[in-house]
Design a protein around this ligand. Structure first.
Ligand SMILES: [Zn+2]
Length: 352
C-alpha cells in the first residue's frame, strides 16, 4: 500500500536585493497577516534596520510595538513572549544577525503567531530555516519550528555587516558537502529517511558557492547577494527534507560541542567550516575532498585551523571525541572517535 506523505513548509515571500528593506511592508501585507506588528531586534540591528522597519509600519498607520533584546538566552525568548502578549501582537518580525531571528522564531512558535525574518548579516542558514536554538545552562534549547513566512534580505545592509559574519555564512554553506554525505550514510546504515531533491539541492548550493568564491570579496555588495541566496536555497533544502539533515552532519555536532566547551569562542559558521574539513577527511580519507573544502574556506578568508578559530588544540580534540554524544543523529563519527584518531585526523588536515 502506498502510504507516504509529506509536508513542505516554505517561506512565501523571499525578497533579496539592494534597498529592499524599504519593501518590508509590501512583503508583509501580501501575507494578509492581521494585528499589531512586533519588531524584535538586538542593539546594533535595531540601529541599522529595526528602527526603519518600525517607522515604515508607523507611517502606514499600523501601531508597531518594538522590543530590543541584548542576549541570546531562553530568558530572552520568555521576555519576548510576555511582551508580545502584553501588547497583543498579531505577528512578529525578527531583525538581526541570527540571535534576534532565532529568538523571534522560538517566541512566534510558542505564541502560535507568524514571523518574518529580516536578516542584517548573512552569517548562517538559520535566517531562513525554521530551526533555532539558544543556550540554556550548559546545553542548548532547540526548536524545529515553521520557517519564516517571509524573508527580507537587503544586500545594502548585509554588505555593511562585519565581513567575518559573511565568511561564516559561506562556511556554513560549504559544510553542506559533508552534511549530505553523512545523511546518505545514515540512510544506508540506519535507514534514515533521505530526500534526493533536498540532498541534491544542498550539495548544488555548496558547489555554486565554491564556484563563485572568487566574487566573494570584502566590500562587494554582490558578495552579500551570492551568500544570502545560497542561505535561502539551503533553507529550502531543509524545508523539503523537513529536517536540518541536508545542512547539518558531523561538522555541526563538532561545532555544537565547541559551543558547550568554549561558548562564544568562534562563530557558528567558522566552527562548522573547520569541522567540515575534518569530517571530509573521515568520510574519504587522505586523498578525498577535505583539501577542496579547506582551499575554498581559505579562499574566502574563513578559518581553516584551530588557531584561526582562537580555540586550543586540546579543546578541538575533546570536541571531536565527544561530538557523537550531542544528539541522536548518525554521522561518520559513529560511536565516537578515539583520542589518537582525533589527533591524527586534526593533524593530517592541518587543523591542529
Ligand atoms: Zn549551520
Amino acid at each position: 500500500m502506498f502510504d507516504k506523505r509529506t509536508w513542505i513548509r516554505l517561506p512565501r515571500n523571499v525578497v533579496v536585493g539592494h534597498g529592499v528593506l524599504g519593501e518590508t511592508i509590501d512583503a508583509v501585507e501580501e501575507l494578509h497577516l492581521a494585528g499589531r506588528p512586533l519588531v524584535v531586534s538586538s542593539p546594533t540591528p535595531h540601529d541599522v534596520a529595526g528602527e526603519r522597519v518600525v517607522e515604515q509600519f508607523a507611517d502606514q498607520g499600523y501601531d508597531p510595538a518594538e522590543i530590543v533584546i541584548d542576549e541570546a538566552s531562553f530568558g530572552a525568548v520568555e521576555k519576548v513572549i510576555e511582551y508580545a502578549e502584553s501588547v497583543d501582537a498579531g505577528f512578529l518580525l525578527g531583525v538581526g544577525g541570527g540571535k534576534a531571528i532565532d529568538i523571534t522564531k522560538m517566541a512566534a512558535d510558542d505564541l502560535g503567531l507568524g514571523f518574518v525574518s529580516v536578516p542584517t548579516a548573512a552569517s548562517h542558514d538559520g535566517i531562513v530555516s525554521g530551526r533555532g536554538s539558544v543556550p540554556e545552562g550548559d546545553t542548548r534549547h532547540s526548536v524545529a519550528a515553521e520557517p519564516p513566512l517571509a524573508v527580507v534580505a537587503d544586500t545594502t545592509v548585509l554588505a555593511e555587516a562585519p565581513w567575518r559574519l559573511t565568511t561564516a555564512g559561506c562556511a556554513d554553506i560549504i559544510s553542506n558537502y559533508t552534511a549530505v554525505r553523512d545523511w546518505e550514510l545514515a540512510q544506508r546504515l540506519q535507514n534514515v529517511e533521505y530526500s534526493e531533491y533536498a540532498g541534491a539541492l544542498a550539495r548544488m548550493t555548496a558547489e555554486m558557492l565554491v564556484e563563485s568564491a572568487g566574487s566573494v570579496k570584502r566590500g562587494l555588495e554582490e558578495s552579500a547577494w551570492i551568500v544570502v541566496k545560497a542561505l535561502v536555497s539551503s533553507g529550502v533544502a531543509m524545508s523539503i527534507a523537513d529536517s536540518s539533515r541536508p545542512a547539518s552532519g558531523a561538522e555541526h555536532l563538532f561545532s555544537h560541542q565547541l559551543d558547550r566547551l568554549v561558548p562564544d569562542a568562534a562563530l557558528h559558521g567558522h566552527q562548522v567550516g573547520v569541522g567540515s574539513i575534518i569530517t571530509a577527511y573521515l568520510q574519504d580519507g587522505e586523498k578525498g575532498m577535505w583539501r577542496n573544502i579547506r582551499d575554498a574556506l581559505a579562499q574566502i578568508g574563513a578559518p581553516t585551523t584551530a588557531e584561526e578559530l582562537g580555540i586550543d588544540d586540546e579543546t578541538v580534540v575533546e570536541a571531536l571525541t565527544t561530538a557523537h554524544e550531542i544528539r541522536d543523529r548518525y554521522t561518520i563519527l559513529g560511536n565516537g572517535m578515539s583520542e589518537e584518531a582525533a589527533i591524527e585526523a586534526a593533524t593530517v588536515t592541518g587543523v591542529i
